[in-house]
Structure formats: structure tokens, C-alpha cells
Design a protein around this ligand. Structure first.
Ligand code: NHR
Ligand code: GAR
Length: 220
């Protein structure tokens, strides 16, 4: 609660893996002036380390294992039911690895963010670091976008670049990109919680104005 007793926007994080982005958000949310609260962490992988990070931070967790469902529709319906128990204001995908159905995405339109390890629109989907290297790119990075039915195709809110060195491997590149992710995601979630970013028809509104190009984290 803030001094004026207004409840903070409720953040629900979905993860599948190690949860380093979740950790960055947990750390940020502990700052005294952070304008949101993480109310739950959901996961499709029963053993994911992200669940331990949440438990460490006294955040409620739930698991919906996709392997227990016959179809994506049934998995998503179950995931949706868990999420609705928390009535979140924003759903933050942080290394969440299951493609979501159109119905699910539409139910949370304008309220769901994803972090994707490439400079979108380049390299949607998987194995982005390997693909950037194979293409001979010299610049790579990370994008945060609104989730829409188009996979990794929703309007981009913010990006950060990393330069590719000649001796980079997919692993070394992932490490460099993730360092930028951990800075950028808390900034964007803060903006969302402050009401500064919204999804327009097919573009991002920042402080009420259409964003011509993604916000950029200054290079380091
Ligand atoms: N769902 C929709 N509808 N739209 C998006 O933009 C989404 C989404 C679900 C997840 C994250 C995304 C990424 O940042 C994301 C964005 C998983 C896959 C994938 O192929 C692709 C993109 C993303 C996440 N998943 C496989 C599947 O069959 C499983 C892969 C695995 O388990 O390793 O769902 O990259
Ligand atoms: C992050 O690098 C994120 O960009 C990427 O997975 C990693 C998750 O790390 N996301 C995807 O590839 C989505 N398909 P984390 O679990 O340590 O936050």
C-alpha cells in the first residue's frame, strides 16, 4: 500500500525456466517506490528454478503442466482459471515457453507483456542467438512487446542492443543479452504499472502518444 492506501497494480509473472528475469522483477519490486506488486508466479514446468525464486520471496506460485493436457486449448483454459484467481492488472511473460492460443491472448489484450531475445521484427520464435550469429549480424539484442495472437509480433515497447563480437557463441551472446534484459524489463513493467504505456489498435501509446519507434535503453 502507498501512503494514500491506493492498492498497487497486481503483477502476475509466467515463467518456464531459471527465472533470472523474474528475479530482476522481484528485486525491483522491493524498491520502496516500485508502483506494482507481484502477486503470483505461474509455471508450466514443475521443477523450474523460477518457482524456487518465488518461494524464496514469499510469492504464491502455481504450476499448470502442459503435459497433463490433451490440447493447447485445455492447457490454456486451466492456466486462465489459475490466473483469474489473482485478478492481475498485468501478466508478465518472463521466459515463458508455451505458445498461447488466440482466445487466451484476447482475454488479456493490452495487459500481457513478453520479453523476447532479439531485435524484433528479426528472429521471432526460438534459437534467436544462434540465428543472429549464423546470419553474420554485428548487432543483436532484446525486445519487450505486447503479446498479441501473432507470435512475437505484437507492438514493441522497448529494445536494448548488444554488439556481437567475432568470437561470440550462442551461450556468450545469451549472457550479454540477458544482462540487458534484467535492466530493461523492470523499467518497462514500472512504466506499465504507472499507466504510461498502453496498447492502441496496433501500436504502443506512451504517455498517451503513439510511439513511432521502440524506446531504447542507452548502450553501455
Ligand atoms: N503466445 C502468443 N499468442 N503470442 C506471443 O507473442 C507469445 C506467445 C507465447 C509465448 C514468448 C515467445 C518468445 O519470446 C511467447 C510469445 C515459445 C515459443 C515456442 O515455440 C515461441 C515463442 C515464444 C515462446 N514454444 C514451443 C511450443 O510448442 C515449445 C518450446 C519449448 O518448450 O521449448 O509452444 O520467444
Ligand atoms: C530469456 O533470455 C528470455 O528472453 C528468453 O528466455 C530466457 C529466460 O530466462 N525467452 C524466450 O526465449 C522466450 N521464448 P530466465 O528464465 O532466466 O528469465
Amino acid at each position: 500500500m502507498k501512503a494514500d492506501q491506493t492498492p498497487l497494480p497486481k503483477i502476475l509473472v509466467l515463467a518456464s525456466g531459471s527465472g533470472t528475469n523474474l528475479q530482476a522483477l522481484i528485486d525491483a519490486s522491493r524498491e520502496r517506490d516500485f508502483p506494482g506488486q507481484i502477486v503470483a508466479v505461474g509455471c508450466n514446468q514443475p521443477g523450474a528454478f523460477a518457482l524456487e525464486r518465488a518461494a524464496q520471496a514469499n510469492i504464491e506460485t502455481f504450476v499448470v503442466n502442459h503435459k497433463n493436457f490433451e490440447s493447447r486449448e485445455e492447457f490454456d483454459a486451466s492456466l486462465m482459471a489459475e490466473i483469474l484467481r489473482y485478478n492481475p492488472d498485468v501478466i508478465v511473460l518472463a521466459g515463458f515457453m508455451r505458445i498461447l492460443t488466440t482466445d487466451f491472448v484476447r482475454a488479456f489484450r493490452g495487459k500481457m507483456l513478453n520479453i523476447h531475445p532479439s531485435l524484433l521484427p528479426k528472429y521471432t520464435g526460438l534459437n534467436t542467438h544462434r540465428r543472429a550469429l549464423e546470419a553474420g549480424d554485428t548487432v543483436h539484442g532484446v525486445s519487450i512487446h505486447f503479446v498479441t495472437e501473432e507470435l512475437d509480433g505484437g507492438p514493441v515497447i522497448a529494445q536494448a542492443e548488444v554488439s556481437i563480437a567475432p568470437d561470440d557463441t550462442p551461450e556468450s551472446l545469451a549472457e550479454k543479452v540477458q544482462a540487458r534484459e534484467h535492466i530493461l524489463y523492470p523499467i518497462v513493467v514500472r512504466w506499465f504499472c504507472e499507466g504510461r504505456i498502453q496498447l492502441g489498435s496496433d501500436y504502443v501509446l506512451f504517455d498517451g502518444e503513439p510511439l513511432n519507434a521502440p524506446m531504447r535503453l542507452p548502450d553501455n
